[in-house]
Structures are given as C-alpha cells and as structure tokens.
Design a protein around this ligand. Structure first.
Ligand code: PEP
Ligand code: MG
Length: 912
C-alpha cells in the first residue's frame, strides 16, 4: 500500500513542474495551444489548435491536457478543482463566440467531448456528442431546429452517455430502437418521426434509470464532468490497452479531452458529414479522396451503416459509381473543403486524414491528422512529395516504416491462376490473403495461435475486434465503406481487407456464410484480393511482385544516405539472386550445412561421418568435394564479384544421421555397414544439449579433413569463377570460436589448404580472408585476442542470445519463461538487440576488436540483422554491414538509411 501511495504522489506532481496551464482554448483564429504540443494536447487537440491558428474554420472549444489524465487516474478518478475552474472559464468563452449558453433552455450550447491521445488510436476510446441536452434544452432546440432533429439528437446523446459514462450496455438501446422501427414498419432510423423519437427518449431515460438505479443527469455541468471523467477512464479500458500493446504506446502518455461546440451535419439536406484524405490512402495517388453522408451525424460515416457518397469523381468506386458527389450537391462547401485540404497538406507537409461537417451549407473542420495509408501508398506519397518539393529526399526516406516494406515484396494473387470469384466488395486495403473463414475475433486469435491461417469475416468490425484483426491474414466485411473501421484499421496494420461486400450473409447460428446461392462454412478456405475487392473460394496461388517506380526511387535515396552495407543470408544461388534483386551487397552468411542435407548428397555425408578411419573418411569427402565446389561456384556467380562469407560446417554431426529404425537399416544397407554399427555411431554422436558441445569449430578441430575439404572447395570454386582477374571475394568464417587457440589452429588450417590449392593453380588471384563469428559471450570478451587472428568479425546473435541469456525458444518461437510478458525485458531478445540486452556484449566485442585492429570489418548475421531496431543499433555502433534473409534486405536498407538520417540530424543539432 505504501508503495502505491508513493507512486501516486510522484505521478500527481508533473503538471505544476512542467506547465501551469491545464486547459487550452481555441476558436475564432486564436489558440492557446499549437500543433507542436502533441504530448500535452494529444494529436487531435494539438491539430485543432493548429488548424484554428491557420484560419481554417474550426468550431471553438478547449483541450484538457494529457497531464490531467495521469493526475486523474493517479488520484483515483478525481478532476482537480483548479481544472474545473479553468474549464468553466473556457466554456464561457465558447458561449461568447457562438452566442449560445450551456444549459440555457431557450438557446442551448451543446458540446462534443472526445478523447485524443498523443498517437492516433482510431475508435479506441470514447466520444460523446450533443452533451448539454436535457428535457428542457431539448425543447429549446426543438423550437430552433425542429422537434425531429432535437429528439434525434437527445436520444443519441442518452445512448452515448449511457454507454460511455454509466456503463449501460448499448444493446439495450439498440434493441429498443429496432423494436420501434419494426412496430412502425420502417427500416431506416431516418424514417422515424418526431413523436417516435420523443417516445424513444422517454424509454431511453427509463433504461438508464433501470440499469443505474438513478435518474439520467439533467444538469449539463454534471453531464460534462461525468463525460470528462469517462474519457480519462477510457484510457484504461481493454480496447485501449490492447491497442497500446499492439502499437507499443506507453501507458504513461494518457489522453487529452477535447470539448468543442457542436456543429450539426444532420439538420437537413443542406447538412452533411464526411471523412477525407488529401491523397488516396490505398494507392497514394495525388487525388483528394473521401466520402460523406448527407443529413448525418458524427460517427455515421465510419460506422458503415449507410453507404457513403463519394466527395468527387476521383473518389468513386464501382459501388458508388451512380451516386451524386459532394462537388455536385454542395459545390460551394466542396470548393472551400478543397481549399482547406490543400492548405492543410501544404502546412503539415504530410498526407492528412480530415473530418468535416457541413451545417446549413457552412463548412467546419473537426479534425486533421496524419493519414494512415497502405505501404504502397506510403512509398508513393513520400516519393511524390519529395519530387513536388514539399519535403527533402532525406525526409522522404524517414516517412516509410522499414518493417512495412516486406509486405510490398511478398506475393500477390497469381493473375494466371484459375479462380472462382464468389463476391466483390470495396478494395479497402491491398494485398492477397488466403485463409480459413473465422466468424469472430476470438476465434481468429485462437486459430492463428494454433498455427492456422485465417480470414476474419464479419458484418462489420468494431474496436472490440482488434485482436482478431491482428491475428488474421485478412478481413472481409459485409458492410462499411472505404473509411469504415475495418478499412482504416486494416490499412494501418498492412492487412488485406475487402469491406462493404453487400452480397455476404453471415449466419452466426449455423456458422455459415452465404453468397449468391453458395454456402461456405466456417473453416473453409477463401482468398481475398484487397486491391480489387474480389473474394474467391479456396486457396488461390500467389506471385512475387515486380519492384519499380516509387519503390526504386525511395530505395535509391535510402542507399545514397546510408553508411552501413546490407548483405544477405543465402545458401543457394536462387536465394542469392533473389537477394541481389532486393539490393543485397554481398552474402553475410552462407550456411554450408544446408547443402549437406540435400537428398542427392546426404548419403555421402553419412558415409563421411560413419567412416571407421581417416582413409575411409577422406574417400567420402572426395565425393563431397565436387558437389561443394559446384555449390560455391553457383553462389559466386550469382553474386558477381560481391563479397561472400562462407561459414565452415557448424551443426553437430548426429543431426545428419538417421533416427528411426527403418531409416537406420536403409542407410546401413546403402553403405554396406551393419545396422548395429550405425546405431552405435548415432548414440556416440548424440548430445544432451545440441546448442553447445561438439559442434562449430570444435568439429573442425576433431575432423580437420572436413574443414580442409570445404576450404579447398571454396578456393577452387573461386579460382574457377574469378579466373585470372580474381573477381570473387570469398570470406571464410569459423563458427563458435571461444578461445584464441581454436582460431589460431583453424586459421592455419585454412591458410595451408588455400596455399595448397593456389600452388596447384599458378597465376590465380584469389585471396580469401579469414574471420570468426562472435556468438558466445567469451568471444566478445576476448575479442582483442581474436582480432589479432581475424580479418573480420560477424556477430552470430542467434547463439549469442541463447548463450548470453541461457534462453532458448520452443517450436512456436516463444522463449520460456517469457521475459517480455514478465516485464524483465521490453523487447523480445530474439528479435531486437540493444544496449540493455545482448547489444552490450556486441559493443564490448566491437570495441575490443577495433582497439587492436582499427580496420577490422564487423558485421552481424543473426536474425537481428533484418530487424530495423537492431539495424539502427548496429549502425550507431559503427558496424560495416548487416546481413539478413532476402526479403528483409530492403527493410534493412531503409532502416540503415534512417539511422544515418538520425545521426546526421543529431550532428546538425549539436553544431547549432
Ligand atoms: C547465429 O548464431 O546467429 C548464426 C547466424 O548462426 P546459426 O543461426 O546458424 O546458429
Ligand atoms: Mg550460430
């Protein structure tokens, strides 16, 4: 308890320490906040202030800072009195600007109350509209704007307030609304009349009383405090927590609260509300792109209940082809919107996602923020903006998340494959998704955890589905437009999404999906093409995309600023070629054991291992030599003169031997040995811990003829491919070195064999370098001794992590116990290296090595070499190169460029 109290006290003080102001007013061209104050005002609040300063029409309002959220939650849910005073003052200012009064029965001011965190968390926290309505002000509003409008606004308010503040299940309201529509024989809410809505209001008030045991608060101030508190509390709800977890948003940030004068998009046919992007968020094309609904309020567009209309011709989809546009229906408001969006994009130098409302023909901007986009759009927008002169090339390089690039490189649907089209919806987020149908988010999560690929099929998605969307390959919804929840979230996650597929009928009871006479069951395979909106039955084959256009421009700019080289881990000429297409500048790790496992040669490998004496082993190795030489020649050719690091044999020998009885007999027969002998050898070579022991360089010490054969194969292949011009750069790497004696012995072995091969080929110019992996902690600690004997170091962070932490992973990739779940580490140590983790050993290794040998080449070839965070870490340490799997090469190139950009910016900042 004492600990808790201390923590609370500590958290309650920062406001006064940082800033005296807790409430920031904006309106009529003036704002106390600005766009630079995101930490304090949240993204939405900062941008409302900034838009106001820019002269963009924004309804007046104020923002209560994120620090108050932290204070509120630390104080057990109490709004500080001083904050209340400031709120009332700001409220009075709004009243003066809009000439209405909060709680005034004749001329009531209504406000919206919304959350707004530092990072955008779409739909994750709560919003309340029309606050200030009660029995009296509803009458007043009815006199001003008509009873239908007034009671529609009131019933919406009771529902939102009841749901968010009083925890009344929203189904209670919705069921009542559905019953009333059924009684009246109508389908749309809009078909209900003023009297119906008035009746609904009375019933909603009863529902609240029934659930809470108290009357619905009629005092607008009580409503306001209730709503502000609920928004602060919503920072702690499950949805928000899950979203924070997925997007690595710290809990300590808190959310701001924005209170703003209401403007209405639902006062009649000269009113509308909409969402737009300054560029197409799916393709990145430079067209103003959006949707709107006439006579609708707030969340109606995003909720996907009515099909929205396109704002202009460029926003039309196959489904909205026939609908009139905003440009046609409200040309004046559209023109102003066009002007505003241009202004905003120019000001922010970034693609904006904007929300607007048109009240009686007058445009109001409710929000602007950096627009979420697909990877493809992100690349195109960054490159286009640099070409338009809006941003520099260096900035363009920082605008794309490196890890997202991998999605661009992965396959799309094979255009030539036979496909069975069953439905078409909106192309909400591109990419191919092949998976089994699941009908709920929980099911998606469970099946994905069990290793299944799944496609989440829903009528529409809500923030409650976020974990299922994350787990699924793709998302298919029956309802909703291009800006629906499903579409926006899927694009953010880089997942394929087909939205608004109206032909779908989802039957939760029978667990079936019906489309135009066809029936699919949960668990059946389907394929989505998020770029075309098409849905196919079964598993459609996929193909790798061509890379060009904006992608190559961006990568060229990235290459121009990065310092760290990017190599690939590849064991075959095919992988090497693929990686070169993705820009690999060499091979950082060729694992020779994979070549040994090939069916055509495994028998020769086994013969070598089972050989009773040296002569027999050498006979078997002589069979393997030409095969290995062929492997290496193929890789050298594919890499066309770029450096190739080949690691001599690493895994323990028993891994190559047969295991089951049948297999043992088969091998014994093929080699003319007894089954008993083979079994005995398997037992002799098996070890308890295959991660350690008789493997790596220790194998090379026990069986020098294996390493000698491999060295010979490498040097002969290099001579063959490089010819007299010597245009190959072989680098021979020794694994698992832990002692200088091991390295000394094996270096001499490699040098002697190289010299022997070269003596047989006078005139050959091949000059292999010899280096070591640093993959056990001792190697990092004695790196100064190793550097005297090594031309290069390559950090094998897979083993370094396992041996450094004494951790290993299970088959599902989880390491036990999970240090991240337990809060011991912030990052999975098998994914990212940093100073707090295994990176500490890397720094020691690098510094020790370079102290002895300034020109020591240093790289990394563990899985971390393709992880953007780790790449940045290696770049900061001064690595020469990182090496990763082919698909991660562009990821690493971009991450390395961003590291260079960061370092440049830091240097510049230091100078000024
Ligand atoms: C490593 O240990 O990081 C490494 C690259 O070697 P392997 O993964 O083959 O053990
Ligand atoms: Mg290793």
């Amino acid at each position: 308890m004492a600990v808790k109290k201390r923590a609370a006290k500590k958290q309650a003080t920062p406001r006064s320490a940082k800033t005296a102001r807790a409430v920031f007013f904006f309106g009529n061209g003036q704002a106390q906040g600005s766009g630079a104050m995101k930490e304090l005002l949240g993204g939405k609040g900062a941008n409302l202030a900034e838009m106001t300063r820019l002269g963009v029409p924004v309804p007046p309002g104020f923002t209560i800072s994120t620090e108050i959220c932290t204070e509120f939650n630390a104080r057990g849910g109490k709004i500080p009195d001083a904050v209340k005073r400031d709120v009332l003052e700001a409220l009075a200012k709004i009243e003066r600007f809009v000439e209405k009064k909060f709680g005034d029965a004749a001329n009531p001011l209504l406000v919206s109350v919304r959350s707004g965190a530092r990072a955008s968390m779409p739909g994750m926290m709560d919003t309340i509209l029309n606050l200030g309505l009660n029995d009296a002000t509803a009458e007043g509003l009815a006199a001003q704007a008509g009873p239908r409008f007034a009671y529609d606004s009131y019933r919406r308010f009771i529902q939102m307030y009841g749901d968010v503040v009083e925890n009344v299940p929203h189904e209670r309201f919705e069921t009542r609304l559905d019953e009333l529509k059924e009684q009246r024989g109508v389908f749309q809410d809009t078909e209900l009349g003023a009297d119906d809505l008035k009746q609904l209001v009375a019933e909603y008030l009863e529902i609240v009383r029934d659930v809470t045991g108290k009357p619905f608060p009629q005092d607008p101030h009580e409503q306001l405090w209730g709503a502000v508190a609920a928004v602060f509390r919503s920072w702690q709800n499950d949805r928000a927590k899950k979203y924070r977890e997925i997007h690595a948003i710290p809990e300590s940030w808190g959310t701001a609260v924005n209170v703003q004068a209401m403007v209405f998009g639902n006062m009649g046919d000269d009113c509308a509300t909409g969402v737009a992007f300054t560029r197409n968020p799916s393709t990145g094309d430079r067209v103003f792109y959006g949707e709107y609904l006439k006579n609708a309020q707030g969340e109606d567009v995003v909720a996907g209940i009515r099909t929205p209309q396109p704002i202009n011709k460029g926003s039309r989809t196959a489904e909205s082809q026939h609908l009139p546009t905003l440009e046609q229906e409200m040309p004046r408001a559209y023109k102003e919107l066009l002007r505003v969006q241009l202004r905003l994009e120019k000001h922010y130098r970034e693609m904006q996602d904007i929300e607007f409302t048109i009240e009686r023909g007058k445009l109001w901007m409710l929000q602007t923020r950096t627009g979420k986009r697909t990877v493809k759009a992100a690349v195109k927008i960054a490159v286009d903006m640099a070409k338009e002169g809006l941003i520099s090339k260096d900035v363009a390089v920082t605008r794309v998340a490196p890890e997202s690039l991998e999605k661009l490189l992965h396959p799309t649907l094979d255009p030539d494959a036979a496909k069975e089209l069953i439905a078409k919806g909106l192309p909400a987020s591109p990419g191919a998704a092949v998976g089994r149908i699941v009908l709920s988010a929980d099911e998606a999560e469970q099946r994905a955890k069990a290793g299944d690929k799944v496609v989440l099929v829903r009528i529409e998605t809500s923030p409650d589905d976020i974990h299922g969307m994350h787990a699924a390959e793709g998302i298919l919804t029956a309802r909703g437009g291009m800006t629906s929840h499903a579409a926006v979230v899927a694009r953010g996650m880089g997942k394929s999404c087909v939205a608004g597929c109206g032909a779908l009928r989802i039957d939760a009871a029978t667990r079936e999906v019906r489309v135009g006479g066809q029936v699919l069951a949960a668990g059946d395979w389907i394929t989505l093409d998020g770029a075309s909106g098409e849905v196919f039955r079964g598993q459609v084959p996929t193909v790798t995309p061509e890379l060009g256009g904006s992608f190559s421009d961006l990568m060229r700019w990235a290459d121009a600023i990065r310092v760290v080289k990017v190599r690939t881990n590849a064991d075959t000429p095919a992988d090497a070629e693929l990686a070169r297409r993705f820009g690999a500048e060499g091979i950082g790790l060729c694992r020779t054991e994979h070549m040994f496992f090939e069916p055509s040669r495994i028998l020769a490998v086994r013969e070598m291992i089972l050989a009773p004496d040296l002569a027999a082993r050498e006979r078997a190795l002589a069979k393997l030599l030409p095969m290995q030489r062929g492997d290496f020649a193929g890789i050298f050719r594919a890499m066309a003169g770029l450096p190739v690091t080949i690691r001599l044999l690493d895994p323990p020998l028993h891994e190559f031997l047969p295991h089951g009885d049948d297999e043992i007999h088969e091998v014994a027969e093929a080699l003319g040995e007894s089954a008993a002998m083979v079994r005995a050898k398997v037992e002799e070579l098996s070890e308890f811990n295959p991660m350690l022991g008789h493997r790596g360089c220790r194998l090379g010490i026990s069986f020098p003829e294996i390493y000698r054969m491999q060295t010979r194969a490498i040097v002969e292949a290099a001579c063959e491919v490089g010819g007299a011009r010597g245009r190959v750069q072989p680098e021979i790497m020794l694994p698992l070195i832990a002692h200088r004696g091991e390295l000394a012995l094996l270096r001499k072995l490699v040098e002697d064999e190289t010299a022997a091969v070269l003596r047989e080929r006078p005139g050959a110019k091949v000059k292999p370098t010899i280096g070591t992996m640093i993959e056990v902690p001792r190697a990092a600690l004695i790196a100064d001794q190793l550097a005297e004997l090594a031309d290069f170091f390559s950090f094998g962070t897979n083993d370094l992590t396992q041996t450094g932490y004494a951790l290993s992973r299970d088959d599902a990739g989880k390491f036990l116990p999970d240090y991240v779940d337990r809060g011991i580490l912030t990052d999975d140590p098998f994914v990212s290296v940093d100073e707090e983790g295994i990176g500490a050993l890397m720094r020691i290794g690098l510094e020790n090595g370079r102290r002895v040998r300034g020109d020591l080449k240093v790289g990394i070839c563990g899985e971390h070499g393709g992880d953007p965070k780790s790449v940045r870490f290696c770049a900061r340490l001064g690595f020469d190169y990182v090496s990763c799997s082919p698909f991660r090469v562009p990821v690493a190139r971009l991450a390395a460029a961003q590291a260079a950009a960061e370092q440049l910016a830091a240097k510049r900042a230091k100078r000024t």
